[in-house]
Design a protein around this ligand. Structure first.
Ligand code: NAG
Ligand code: NAG
Length: 508
């Protein structure tokens, strides 16, 4: 314990003094419940202004907890974003980026044939050191080969699937996606686990709900601290809902899926209260990336006032709904303007367990406990990656785009549109436009939709001196505290070398 820092000691004290007593009479750290949505957008919850107000349970969760309107994923696509959550590291560090092309996102198995490397230390692996039992319910998406199985990466239980439920494929070359219970394959989507593509009926959210309730009950009975990662996928196209929810939303089938998830979250929070463990369970709700506007409006969600959606590094692709809930600990009805990241859930969870993040590697997440428990605001940048490329950085209210791109003209002409109905000239470009010498800057407070670029002074990357005067309103180009050299690397037009990145990276 000699190496434990003052901050960590404080966290330990906090955890110990508030914890329940475990089976052995030892103080027990809080349970951790991460509710991760699939392709749900910032604008999909009533509390975020969705006009049909169909999420009463999530809205109540926000009223009883803390809302994070400035919360981001680490990449606008499922696999890399989930890898970032579970490792606390940017996808360029944990291997979930592609080398197949500049600024190309990649996910398993289509573009990343492998999966999560053994060298990565995942959250459930680390939580084991503090006695946690961990379960993943739903979508894994970090590799489907045997060595990538979640039970080989720290989870004790799994019910769900290695990949997405789109399909069905129904042939030998592209078989339907398997569904697992722990080590065993127990069926396949569209076969033992039907999804009716015509009606949208599937019972999967109900099954995932029962899996969660059952796991919580068992751990509570055994007085063991638990980590439950509830990664449901009903809001990913093809969207689905069970019969009682089909046709009940103002928003169509996508809304039916949201309503069923909202109802399930309500049941999960009620069960924590009924079991008397609400005050010893930290719950966080968020999504893996922005709403998939390619599927909208029939099968896609809403990114509220933000530009574009999934796959892009505009706000609509990366800003996520986010709610923290921990009755008696996190004050009710609060809004935190802290810039938060999905990678913070890794570091925050370790703090809750009284553990230190690994010291032998760079970790990009920070603990949000000071923001949640003391209302502090911490100065930190948000990095927007697409594949291997740093596309943009936000610091405070300013966002600087080093590259703009939606998708290729070729894809666009085939009808694939990441920004339907939104064309901001020179911003939503269909060729990759480089702005590393004079970044495109937006003030996200005044212009959340990224429609009106500022004309800042260009500054020398090394000296910070103004180099020319393109300034219209005198706004100075914000110098991201630790990111300037990364911008310098992009000026050189090279992929970030790891060693160099570690030297100049955002987090020490
Ligand atoms: C869902 O469950 C109900 C009740 O068991 C059943 O009648 C229905 O066929 C199931 N639907 C699907 C699509 O599996
Ligand atoms: C968007 O608008 C610009 C200028 O108004 C135009 O040149 C461009 O072709 C438009 N892009 C699309 C995808 O319509």
């Amino acid at each position: 314990m000699a190496a434990v820092t003052a901050v960590t000691r404080w966290r330990l004290l906090l955890v110990l003094s508030t914890a329940a007593l475990g089976a052995a009479g030892a103080p027990q750290p809080p349970n951790i419940l991460l509710l991760l949505m699939d392709d749900m957008g910032w604008g999909d919850l009533g509390v975020y202004g969705e006009p049909s107000r169909e999420t009463p349970n999530l809205d109540r969760m926000a009223a009883e907890g803390m809302l994070f309107p400035n919360f981001y994923t680490a990449n606008p696509l499922c696999s890399p974003s989930r890898a970032a959550l579970l490792t606390g590291r940017l996808p360029i560090r944990n291997g979930f980026y592609t080398t197949s092309g500049h600024a190309r996102n990649a996910y398993t198995p289509q573009e990343i044939v492998g999966g999560i490397p053994d060298s990565e230390r995942l959250l459930p692996e680390l939580l084991k050191e503090a006695g946690y039992v961990s379960k993943i319910v739903g979508k894994w998406h970090l590799g489907h080969r045997p060595q990538f199985h979640p039970l080989k990466h720290g989870f004790d239980e799994w019910f769900g699937s290695p990949n997405c439920h789109f399909g069905p494929y129904d042939n030998r070359a592209r078989p339907n996606i398997p569904v697992y219970r722990d080590w065993e394959m127990v069926g396949r989507y569209y076969e033992e686990f039907p999804i009716n593509l015509k009606t949208g009926e599937a019972n999967l959210t109900q099954i995932y709900l029962q899996e969660a309730l059952d796991f919580i009950r068992r751990q509570q009975a055994a007085r063991r601290p638990f980590f439950l990662y509830w990664a449901v996928d009903a809001t990913h196209a093809p969207v689905y809902a069970s019969k009682p929810f089909l046709g009940t939303s103002q928003r169509g089938r996508y809304g039916d899926a949201v309503r069923e998830i909202d109802d399930s979250v309500g049941k999960i929070l009620h069960s924590l209260q009924d079991l008397g463990i609400a005050e010893s369970t930290f719950v966080f709700f968020t999504s893996d990336n922005g709403a998939a506007l390619i599927s909208a409006p029939k099968q896609g969600g809403s990114n509220g006032p933000f530009l574009c959606g999934k796959q892009t590094t505009f706000e609509g692709g990366m800003r996520e709904p986010a709610v923290a809930w921990w009755p008696g600990r996190i004050p009710a009805g609060q809004v935190s303007h802290q810039l938060g990241s999905i990678m913070d859930l890794f570091t925050t969870s370790l703090s809750l367990a009284g553990l230190e993040p690994p010291r032998d590697r760079a970790i990009d997440g920070l603990s949000l406990l000071p923001a949640m428990l003391q209302g502090q605001l911490m100065d930190r940048p948000i990095f927007y990656y697409r594949g291997n490329t740093l596309m943009a950085v936000t610091l405070g209210q300013y966002k600087a785009h080093f590259w703009t791109w939606t998708n290729s003209w070729e894809e666009f002409r085939q009808g694939i549109d990441f920004c339907p109905g939104q064309n901001v000239s020179g911003v939503t470009t269909h060729t990759q436009e480089e702005h590393t010498r004079l970044p495109l800057i937006f003030h996200l407070g005044r212009d959340p939709g990224e429609r009106f670029p500022l004309r800042p002074k260009r500054r020398d990357v090394d000296t910070g001196e103004a180099m020319d005067d393109g300034s219209r309103d005198g706004t100075a180009w914000p110098q991201p505290r630790d990111a300037c050299s990364c911008q310098g690397l992009e000026v050189a037009g090279r992929i970030l070398p790891w060693s160099h990145w570690r030297e100049c990276g955002p987090v020490t």
